[in-house]
Every structure is written in C-alpha cells, then in structure tokens.
Design a protein around this ligand. Structure first.
Ligand code: CAA
Length: 259
C-alpha cells in the first residue's frame, strides 16, 4: 500500500511512524486511519522491528483529533463505521506485539489523545496539550476515550476531562499520569529513540510477554491475572534469551540477545 498521509522510517530495530496531514494539524480522516491500520498490521509481522514510535508531523500538533470536516455530514451508519475503524486502528496499536511509544509533539486532542492513550508509553514535549473536547462538538469520544482514559488516570480525573472538554498542558498531563514525562521539544524524538533502543536491546520474547501480561492481565481479576503471569514466566524458559540472560549474569558479562 502506498502511503500518502503517514511516513514510516526504520532504523536500528525501531520503526517511527509519523502521521502527516499538516494542513489539518494531522487530523484523522478515513484515509489516514486506513494507512495507519495497514502500517501497524505490517509492523506486527516484522520480527526485526522491536519497538515503534508514533508521532505527528510538524512542531505544533501530534493529532488534533478526528477530522471534523469529514464527520460533519455523517449519518448514524457512517458515524458507526468511522468509529469502528478508529477502534480497529487503536486496538491494533494497543495489541501490537512490539511496545509502542507516543512522542506527543503538540496538540493531542480527541482522537489524538485517544491514539496516545492506546500506546504503551507517552513522552510529551513541553508544548503538548491534551484533552477530549468532543462535548464542544456535541459528541462523545469515539475512539476509546471514555474507556481507556479512566483506566489510565482514574475515573474522577477522566470524567472531568470528558465532561468539561478542558484542555490541559503537558505538565498537568504528567501530574495525572497521562504522560510518563515531559521534555523540551528539540529533544523529544531523541528521548523516544533512546527509550525505544533500550527496549529493543532486551530479550524480544521477554518484552513481548511483559506487554501481553500487562494488557491481558488488566482485563482479568487479580487471581487469574497472576496465574496468567505464572504461565508466561514459565514460557520464557523455552527461549534462548532466558538462557543467554541468566548465563551472562553468572559469567559477569553483558547479555547478547537475539543471537
Ligand atoms: N479536524 C479537521 N480540521 C482540523 C482539526 C480537526 N480536528 N483540527 C484542526 N484543523 C484544521 C483547522 O480547521 C485549520 O484548517 P484551515 O487552516 O483550513 O482553517 C487548521 O487545521 C489549523 O487549525 P487552527 O487554525 O484551528 O489552529 P489553531 O492553532 O488556532 O488551533 C486547535 C489549534 C486548538 C487544535 C484547533 O484547531 C482545534 O480546536 N481543533 C479541533 C480539536 C478537536 O475538537 N478535536 C476533537 C475532534 S472530534 C474527535 O476526535 C472524535 C473522536 O474521538 C473520534
């Protein structure tokens, strides 16, 4: 598939996906959603890619939400199809075998905030702004905001953002746990790459199992989730990385994973 609205770069086992519709502050229409879906479905199959970064083009916006001009004339069925596509994209990101870092480089509003929340980790630049302003448009979030935001920051704080449509800055987002940390914009991508590369250097199965344990465990009660962790822990012992990691420790050397 030829991409017109996203840019994909691959370097040192890390893929960077840049959402790029600069004229609309990278707002999400059907085309960019379909390209993003295709891209992440492909990345899921690329075992040489060990971590993914998603960001927005330019220095003003990560993603300013779903495309309002595309949605304005939707009927009920079109709205349902659009939200279903958005959910498919975000759950593909969320369930990608590789960890995904959101490099939030500006506005992360509506669908943009929802994309960031579907990632495993978020690093924001100091100028980033977060919010679910859908109520200002007479709608509710349609790409998972009412579900993932309360799970991430708690119900009370999520409700305030969802019901008021208030926009918060990066520091406030960090304070409530919506982002992991805030850095200056000129070092945002370096910080994200550094984190991605440090993850890529670990045992690939161990990182994948961690992600599976956290994501799937969240949907279970604690007892079942802990049993699930036990099974994944045991499965690690079928991997060469476990042998290498423990042997390297005992031989007092750095492990060489993926050999
Ligand atoms: N959809 C379509 N176009 C958008 C857009 C969006 N979500 N956000 C920005 N744009 C366009 C603007 O229309 C404008 O285009 P023109 O130059 O052709 O007029 C261009 O991007 C630049 O935007 P502004 O001139 O508005 O820039 P600004 O700096 O003054 O304001 C902003 C920036 C605060 C992000 C403002 O653009 C804004 O409020 N955007 C809408 C944010 C929003 O409501 N997002 C939620 C969308 S609904 C949603 O996402 C539902 C869901 O969950 C699926």
């Amino acid at each position: 598939m030829e991409y017109k609205n996203i840019i994909v770069e691959k370097e040192d086992s890390v893929a960077t996906v840049t959402l790029s519709r600069p004229k609309a502050l990278n707002a999400l229409n059907k085309e960019i959603l379909l390209e993003t879906l295709h891209c992440f479905q492909q990345l899921a199959l690329e075992t040489e890619i060990k971590a993914v970064i998603i960001t927005g083009a330019g220095d003003k916006s990560f993603v300013a939400g779903a495309d309002i001009s595309a949605m304005q004339k939707f009927d009920i069925l079109e709205a349902k199809a659009f939200a279903t596509l958005g959910h498919k994209v975000l759950s593909t990101i969320e369930n990608l075998p590789q960890p995904v870092i959101a490099a939030v480089n500006g506005f992360a509003l509506g669908g943009g905030c929802e994309i960031a929340i579907s990632c495993d980790m978020r690093i924001a630049s100091a100028n980033a702004k977060f919010g679910q302003p859908e109520v200002n448009l007479g709608v509710i979030p349609g790409f998972g905001g009412t579900q993932r935001l309360p799970r991430l920051v708690g119900k009370g704080l999520a409700n305030e953002l969802l019901f008021s449509g208030n926009i918060i800055d990066a520091e406030e987002a960090c304070r409530i746990g919506l982002v992991n940390r805030v850095v200056e914009q000129d070092v945002l991508m370096d910080e994200c790459r550094k984190l991605a590369k440090s993850i890529a250097a670990k045992g690939v199965e161990a990182v994948r199992f961690c992600k599976e344990a956290v994501n799937n465990g969240f949907e279970m009660d604690l007892k079942r989730a802990c049993e699930y962790e036990v099974d994944l822990f045991a499965l690690c012992f079928a991997s060469e990385d476990q042998q290498e990691g423990m042997t390297a420790f005992l031989e007092k050397r750095r492990p060489e994973f993926g050999k």
